[in-house]
Design a protein around this ligand. Structure first.
Ligand SMILES: N[C@@H](CCC(=O)N[C@@H](CS)C(=O)NCC(=O)O)C(=O)O
Length: 218
């Protein structure tokens, strides 16, 4: 489908939500222009407001046949890309696996609140492991068990959660960076998976850019 895409992102160092569709588009080799609106500045909200009805980023602008429309929310953007580019296998081809992939993405999208709060994304700066209360420990254990189970069942087909790279990996890539930033220990298969994600050329590119961004001033 021929269209011009512009992906509007928040700061690469802090925005886990922005990383998801960016990584999906990079890994699928879909050309796009990117714009970044830094978080935590006095202008952040007023710059996002005209672009995103929810006041949040990421937003994907789609220009085609002389018209432009937007999609906001990382999950909606990934679903839209999958619909528009069926040849790219954004989701696993097998329907039961696709259902499971959608379930774990939804689980990430609406869950793990204590992981988000205790281990906020701060990609460029290694930090000491904070105190992990019981809720955080349970949520980390759930993610590690999820990755391990998926990799045991499908990993041989390419090393990603459903074998080949999919939207599911995009949704857990920010978790990989959080675990790395705060030195969270993982069981062997999950640890190897995290290393594989970090080594992806687009992840290196994102990390490099995150390191160059101005840091949040409290
Ligand atoms: N559920 C949304 C969440 C997006 C979100 O919370 N974005 C943050 C950046 S990480 C944002 O735009 N914050 C700006 C603000 O709240 O002013 C998604 O998946 O895209």
């Amino acid at each position: 489908m021929s269209a011009n895409y512009t992906l509007i992102l928040a700061s690469k160092n802090y925005s886990s939500w922005s990383l998801r569709p960016w990584l999906a588009m990079k890994m699928a080799d879909i050309p796009f222009t990117e714009e970044i609106i830094p978080l935590y500045t006095p202008q952040t909200k007023e710059r996002i407001a005209p672009l995103s009805p929810s006041g949040k980023l990421p937003v994907l602008k789609i220009e085609e046949k002389g018209k432009t429309h937007s999609v906001w929310d990382s999950l909606a953007i990934c679903e839209t890309l999958a619909e528009r580019h069926p040849e790219k296998a954004f989701w696993p081809r097998h329907s039961a696996q696709r259902a499971e992939a959608r379930s774990i993405c939804a689980e990430m999208h609406s869950g793990f609140p204590d992981v988000r709060k205790t281990l906020p994304m701060d990609l460029a700066t290694a930090q000491a492991t904070p105190e992990l209360d019981e809720n955080v420990q349970v949520q980390i254990a759930r993610i590690a068990a999820m990755w391990t189970s998926l990799l045991e069942r499908f990993g041989d087909g390419g090393g990603f959660l459903f074998g080949g790279f999919s939207i599911a990996d995009c949704f857990y890539a920010p978790v990989v960076t959080r675990f790395d930033t705060y030195a969270i220990e993982l069981p062997p298969l999950a640890r190897a998976y995290a290393q594989r994600i970090r080594a992806l050329p687009p992840m290196q590119e994102w990390t490099e850019a995150a390191r160059k961004e101005p840091k949040r001033q409290d």
